[in-house]
Design a protein around this ligand. Structure first.
Ligand code: BV8
Ligand code: ZN
Length: 288
């Protein structure tokens, strides 16, 4: 009797197995087919983009934390994002700094030490290369200095640079090479008041000259690439609208299309900066 059940169980098991194998094969085929579709669709988008932008002259790259993610710098709002662990209104706002400068400095010191050991990735380098063949500027929300490290020119650091610090009272400024070895908060060598990171904190206006330059570049460009940003933060998230109003083509590069602004994008290329930007660069290089 036992053998009978054993035999029956084996038959059922083999049937299930072969059935699940078939299911697995079908799923594998669907997956293969959809990634083929995906790639076909992507190459169709790229061909379309090439036809549209190949003869245009003025390009702007608006970049956010996503372009530095593959250099090892965490983004802010992703699953591992900084703002999931820390409250930006306590650690990255002007009110938080005024209330507890030492705590804010500890947050920035931890990020400075991470960032100063990071290097540009293929995405940063593709933009630096792109600039050699087309007139292009970079408007970055990032404070990590990686665009500059990649050899990029015409950069507007809209939110400042974490590897610089400045006096809260006088004109004193200082670049941070490796790490801050003074007690926190560091004090100004000239007037002994406390220093602050040279970044724009939440609740602070952007530097007026840099903002005016960003408005001009966005309003005059033919194409704006929006790379690695959730466009959550204002007023920078208004810049694609300046470009759109001027009739520019908006091309987004992001594994997750931005929620609010997705409708105004002419193209939304799903993918990472290090994967997509070199391909867009190739489009321009293959012009002739
Ligand atoms: C201002 C420097 C007016 C610091 C930053 C309440 C109180 C105070 C202000 C406000 C408030 N409510 C609203 C505001 C306005 C506020 C704001 O916008 N808040 C948001 C949160 C709603 N804005 C301000 O405060 C600004 N100033 O409004 O001033 C004013 C005028 C006069 C007088 C007084 C005041 C100042 C904003 C600047 C704040 N500083 N940075 C620091 O970095 O520590 S902003 C902060 O968010 C980050 O620094 C970053 O720069 C910025 C934007 O984030 P993203 O770069 O987009 O990053 P995020 O993680 O969100 O997205 C990453 C994306 O990458 C994702 O889409 C992901 O899918 C994608 N991705 C991931 N991996 C990859 C990838 N893409 C490509 N490849 C990959 N591999
Ligand atoms: Zn000073």
């Amino acid at each position: 009797m036992l053998y009978y059940f054993q035999f029956k169980y084996n038959i059922v098991k083999i049937k299930l197995l072969s059935h699940s194998k078939k299911v697995f094969l079908i799923l594998y085929r669907i997956n293969q087919y959809s990634s083929l579709l995906d790639n076909n669709h992507k190459s169709e988008i790229f061909q379309n983009i090439k036809d549209k932008i190949i003869d245009l002259d003025e390009f702007v790259f608006l970049t956010g934390a996503g372009i530095s993610q593959e250099s090892g710098i965490p983004t802010f709002r992703g699953p591992e994002g900084l703002w999931r662990k820390y409250d930006p209104m306590i650690l990255a706002s002007i009110s938080g700094f005024n209330k507890n400068p030492k705590l804010v400095w500890e947050f920035y010191k931890y990020r400075q030490e991470l960032i100063c050991n990071c290097t540009p990735n293929h995405g940063h380098r593709a933009i630096a290369e792109f600039q050699k063949i087309k007139n292009s500027s970079v408007l970055t929300q990032n404070i990590d200095g990686l665009h500059e490290k990649a050899g990029t020119k015409n950069i507007v650091e809209l939110h400042g640079n974490i590897l610089r610090m400045q006096c809260t009272e006088c004109e004193f400024q200082e670049t941070i090479e490796q790490k801050i070895d003074q007690p926190l908060p560091p004090v100004c060598k000239l007037c002994k008041n406390i220093l602050r990171p040279s970044v724009i904190l939440f609740g602070e206006p952007l530097n007026p000259d840099r903002w005016t330059e960003a408005e001009r570049l966005s309003s005059d460009c033919d194409v704006m690439f929006i790379v690695g940003t959730s466009l959550n933060v204002g007023p920078v998230n208004q810049l694609p609208l300046y470009a759109k109003r001027n009739g520019a083509i908006l091309i987004e590069v992001n594994p997750e299309p931005t929620a609010v602004f997705n409708e105004i994008m002419d193209y939304s290329i799903k993918g990472s900066a290090t994967e997509i930007l070199p391909q867009l660069l190739q489009l321009q290089k293959n012009k002739y």
